[in-house]
Design a protein around this ligand. Structure first.
Ligand code: NCD
Ligand code: ZN
Ligand code: ZN
Length: 400
C-alpha cells in the first residue's frame, strides 16, 4: 500500500513544484494522502540542486543513533553498509553474551574497527547493556573510557538477546541511574512491557504508562532516548517531556510500514521487528512528528540483521536489516511530506545535539536516481535479506 505508485496527493505535488520551481518530477512524487503538508510559505531546501535532469540533495553526513552491528562474520558482512553512509553509529550491546562492562565495550569496539573497510572513518559509539547488577562504578568507568556514550535498558525478555536485561528498573537500578545523571550518560530504552498477558500491540503504551512516565517524574535530569518508537502514545510522551532530556529514535520501517506489511500476501518475516509494526494511525503520528522539525526525534535505523535461515523459519527472529536502504527511505518520507528541507536536521543535527557531540563536517549526496534494492546479500555463512528487497527506490545515497 505505501509503495503503490498510483497514489497521488495534489497538495504535495504543488509543494514539490514550488520547491523545485520546475515541473519535472511529477511522475515520481508518491505522497501519502494522510500526511500533513506545510503551509503555502513552504521554502525549499537550500541543499537541493538540479543537475541536468537529476535532482541532487547534499546534506551533512548522517549518524545512526541505533544500530546492531553484531559480531564475527555477521559484523564483517554488514558493517560496510553503515560505514559508507553514516559518520557514527550508536552500537547496540545485545550480543551473546551482552556487552555489560566497559572492558567488554572497549574490546567490542576494537573488533568493529578491525572489521571496517580500509579507509573508512566510521566511528562506533559504544553502549553498555544494563542489568540488575550493573554498578554505579561501572558507569564512572564507562564515562572515563571516552568510548562508551550510553547505557541500554532492555526489559528482560522484551526482544532479541534481552534475557539478561533488567527485571525491576526502580527496584534494582536507581543508584546506577543516579550515577548516569552525574556522568551525563543517556539511558536508551527498548520501551516495551514484557508481561506476556499484555497484547503485543499494546506493550509500548503500557511501558510508557508504567515505567517511562514514573521514570521521568522521579529522575527529571536523566537523559532518556526512547528507541524505535512505534505509536502515537510514544510521540505524545516524548513531546510532553523536556527537549534536551527526552528524545526518540525513529526507524524507516515504522515510518513507512504499518502492521498490514507483516501479513500482506502471506506471512512476511522480513517485516517482523520489535516493537512490532502498528496500525496506520500510529505510523501517521510518527511521520508527523519527525517531519514537524522537532529536535526531539532523530535517525536511528535499528538495522538488525539476522541470517535468512533465522528469519524464515518456524520461530523467526525479530529484526529488519535496513542499513542499505535507510537513507533512501528517510528521504522518501520527508519528500512525500513536502519537507525535504527538514531531512538534514533529522538525519544529521538532532542526534549529535542531544548527545552533546559535534555535528559531522563532511557531506553526503542523495541523488534522485531509481535503483533496485538487491534481493539478497550472500556471504559464506549464508544470506541476509534487506528491507524492501527487490523493490525500486528513488533516492540513492553516495558518499563521493
Ligand atoms: N528490533 C528488533 O526487532 N531486533 C533487534 C533488537 C531490538 O532492537 O529490539 C535485534 O537485535 O535483532
Ligand atoms: Zn529494541
Ligand atoms: Zn535495536
Amino acid at each position: 500500500m505505501l509503495f503503490s505508485p498510483k497514489r497521488r496527493c495534489s497538495n504535495s505535488k504543488d509543494a514539490l513544484h514550488y520547491l523545485l520551481g520546475i515541473g519535472m518530477i511529477t511522475t515520481s512524487v508518491k505522497p501519502c494522502k494522510a500526511l500533513k503538508f506545510p503551509s503555502a510559505k513552504f521554502e525549499g531546501p537550500k541543499q537541493l540542486r538540479h543537475k541536468g535532469t537529476k535532482m541532487e540533495l547534499t546534506i551533512t553526513r548522517p549518524d545512526d543513533w541505533h544500530l546492531h552491528l553484531r559480531d564475527g562474520g555477521l559484523l564483517e558482512a554488514v558493517i560496510p553498509h553503515s560505514a559508507s553512509y553514516f559518520g557514527r553509529g550508536i552500537v547496540m550491546p545485545n550480543l551473546k553474551p551482552p556487552i555489560r562492562t566497559t572492558a567488554a565495550a572497549v574490546a567490542y569496539r576494537e573488533s568493529i574497527l578491525k572489521a571496517l573497510p580500509s579507509g573508512s572513518d566510521f566511528t562506533p559509539l559504544m553502549t553498555l547493556y544494563l542489568t540488575d547488577t550493573t554498578t554505579p562504578n561501572e558507569i564512572k568507568l564507562a564515562r572515563k573510557s571516552g568510548v562508551v556514550f550510553a547505557v541500554k535498558l532492555y526489559p528482560a525478555g522484551a526482544t532479541t538477546n534481552s534475557q539478561d536485561g533488567v527485571t525491576d528498573l526502580f527496584g534494582k537500578c536507581l543508584p546506577v541511574l543516579e550515577e548516569m545523571i552525574e556522568q551525563n550518560m543517556p539511558l536508551l530504552v527498548h520501551g516495551e512491557a514484557t508481561n506476556p498477558e499484555i497484547d503485543v500491540f499494546d506493550r509500548e503504551k503500557v511501558f510508557i504508562d508504567t515505567v517511562l512516565i514514573p521514570l521521568v517524574q522521579r529522575l527529571p535530569k536523566l537523559k532518556v532516548v526512547m528507541e524505535h518508537i512505534t505509536t502515537m502514545d510514544a510521540v505524545r510522551f516524548v513531546q510532553s517531556c523536556k527537549e534536551g532530556f527526552v528524545a526518540a529514535t525513529v526507524t524507516p520501517q515504522h515510518l513507512l510500514l504499518n502492521r498490514n506489511a507483516i501479513f500482506q500476501g502471506g506471512l512476511q518475516p522480513h517485516n517482523y521487528c520489535l516493537p512490532i509494526l502498528k496500525r496506520e494511525i500510529h505510523r501517521q503520528a510518527i511521520v508527523s512528528a519527525v517531519t514537524s522539525g522537532s529536535k526531539q526525534f532523530f535517525l536511528g535505523t535499528d538495522s538488525a540483521p539476522h541470517e535468512r535461515q533465522n528469519k524464515e523459519c518456524a520461530c523467526g527472529c525479530a529484526g529488519i536489516f535496513n542499513a542499505p536502504v535507510a537513507l533512501s527511505l528517510y528521504a522518501k518520507v520527508f519528500e512525500e511530506a513536502g519537507v525535504l528541507d527538514k531531512l538534514e536536521a533529522f538525519t544529521s543535527f538532532n542526534g549529535p545535539d542531544f548527545y552533546s557531540l559535534p555535528r559531522n563536517t563532511s557531506k553526503i549526496k542523495l541523488k534522485k536516481t531509481p535503483w533496485k534494492v538487491p534481493e539478497t546479500f550472500s556471504y559464506s555463512f549464508g544470506d541476509i535479506i534487506p528491507m524492501f528487497a527487490g523493490k525500486t527506490l528513488e533516492w540513492q545515497p553516495s558518499s563521493d
